[in-house]
Design a protein around this ligand. Structure first.
Ligand code: PXP
Length: 239
């Protein structure tokens, strides 16, 4: 199973100060050196974290592949056609949300999703649809011609009890089996962390997991001690 590292929240940390660091382009290089099989970024319509400059530079610099998460919106579709990322994941997007809430409603929007999927795939970008693990959504995804789905693992990740978690895991397993039977590749992501990720081995046919928040959050703690020591050293040596 491959790991796509979502680096949006490196850019969140930069944008919170409108600074030039930390640079997600540097983060991508480190993630690749640590074994990431791909880099994922979400170019949101409100540009709250990843900027167009990031996407352009990532396309020039990464050695693996770029997976561009994007809404089915004219502005970002035009950008995706220009940057030609290797992969794109179509997601729903609301300006007021903190993060992507729920999967794309492909059932209610087959024509539009099919249209965008086709122009992106004709332009050389492999498309996945970020959907809830539901039979209806998977059947609708098949109609669009998208090569992949990305199963939304948010409900699984947010489960409050083990029973609830197992129920959500069963939904993911059934969804992955159906998608595979229909010839659609299966990825998964959202809310996966250092505790729940091992259960993903129970989901068959998974090709890639996209993980962001938990990795960036852990990086703060595994790197904080070194960062403080370095600053302390600089201050002390100037005494
Ligand atoms: N996959 C999709 C489609 C997403 O929208 C996100 C969040 O940007 C992720 C994966 C990664 O989720 P998380 O940051 O919770 O690991």
């Amino acid at each position: 199973m491959q790991l796509g590292v979502n680096i949006d929240h490196i850019a969140t940390l930069r944008e919170v100060r409108k600074a030039i660091f930390p640079d997600p382009v540097k983060a991508a290089e480190i993630a690749e050196m640590a074994g990431a099989d791909g880099i994922t970024v979400h170019l949101r319509e409100d540009r709250r974290h990843i900027q167009e400059r990031d996407v352009a530079l990532l396309m020039e610099t990464i050695d693996t592949k770029l997976n561009l998460e994007m809404a089915v919106a004219k502005d970002v579709v035009e950008k995706a056609l220009e940057y030609k990322p290797q992969c794109a994941c179509l997601v729903p997007e609301k300006r007021e949300e903190l993060t992507t809430e729920g999967g794309l409603n492909v059932c209610g929007n087959v024509d539009e999703v099919t249209r965008v999927t086709k122009i992106l795939q004709d332009n050389g970008t492999v498309v996945s649809l970020f959907i809830d693990p539901s039979e209806d959504q998977i059947k609708a995804a098949e109609e669009t011609g998208a090569k992949f789905i990305e199963l939304h693992t948010g409900e699984f990740a947010n489960a409050k009890t083990e029973i609830e978690q197992m129920k959500e895991l069963d939904k993911l397993i059934a969804a992955a089996e159906l998608a595979h039977k229909l010839g659609i590749g299966v990825n998964a992501g959202h809310g996966l962390d250092y505790h729940n990720v091992s259960l993903m081995h129970k989901v068959p046919h998974l090709e890639e997991l996209n993980i962001g928040h938990s990795i960036v959050a852990r990086a703060v703690f595994v790197g904080l001690e070194k960062a403080v020591r370095e600053m302390k050293e600089l201050i002390r040596s100037n005494d």
